[in-house]
Design a protein around this ligand. Sequence first.
Ligand code: SF4
Length: 344
Amino acid sequence: MSHIVDTMFPPEAEDRGGAATPLLAVNGLVKHFKAKNAVVRAVDGVDFHVAKGETLGIVGESGCGKSTIARLIMQIIAPDSGTLLFDGEPVGSAALPLGDFRKKVQMVFQDSYASLNPRMTVEDTIAFGPRVHGLSHKAAVTRAHDLLHRVGLEPSRFAGRYPHEISGGQRQRINIARGLSLEPRLLILDEAVSALDKSVEAQVLNLLLDLKDEFGLTYIFISHDLNVVRFMSDRVMVMYLGKVAEIGSSEPIFKKPRHPYTEALLASMPSMDPDNRTQEAPITGDPPNPINPPPGCRFHTRCKFVSAICANAEPVLHDVGGGQSAACHLANPQSGHPRLAAAA
Ligand code: SF4
């Protein structure tokens, strides 16, 4: 694990909970937004953890709540309820005040241009955070140049440039360097490569993998693109209408999804194999309105396995083994879904 020059926090003080303690544990997270006379249930009771050094991918269609979760973790918006533990400490407690937490968690957004101040040079952009947190001007500039090297941009060429003078891929490298400037332990990447050309996207993904090893980072990788999530993630969390549909290790989920929504998402992935082209639409229509989500299983209005029980009883996440859990009555042998009896 590498540390940037002029480290502000001694490395031995970092890992307080030990390897078995998740870096982030999210419990009962709820966020509803008021809209005129209605309530949008953006995040509606979500639990998950992120282990130290892993990448958790979060996938789902637009409006599923994945970006709201990122903003809740970052404390950009306040949850209605729920708790966050960071390395075993409650966020916002005396042991982990918000100011300390905010240095340990950073975020990279999709829009590389809007994320940067057009009137600040690249060097100032990266050095700004460390200076605010007490580093001298000289040390902050040294750190900015070091980080520019680490993200593959030669400081002598790029330090004095402004955002409009560089490409989208270079801007996203600068956003990543800025994200690393306070030596975070957790980086949240919210559609961070979605706006890039495919060739540039591959370069930035490989850079992220290298930086993760070099700095001992943990990632939350949010994307609608299942191919990049598969490439990046150790575990995957599939969201649907503000809830977790399925969560588990990446390979089992991609090889044998246990939730029909995950299955439909995977079936809708573009394939280069002409013998493996999708013949029929695996999932139809838009997700229902989160203002008034369907009762029971929220996916029941689009699910090809729907039964009466699905509209009446909400399935909870059921452990199907191998670290995989799915919130579907078909994943629970005791649920009484008629398809289970037919298969028995
Ligand atoms: Fe489909 Fe029913 Fe499972 Fe929901 S609970 S995903 S409707 S089978």
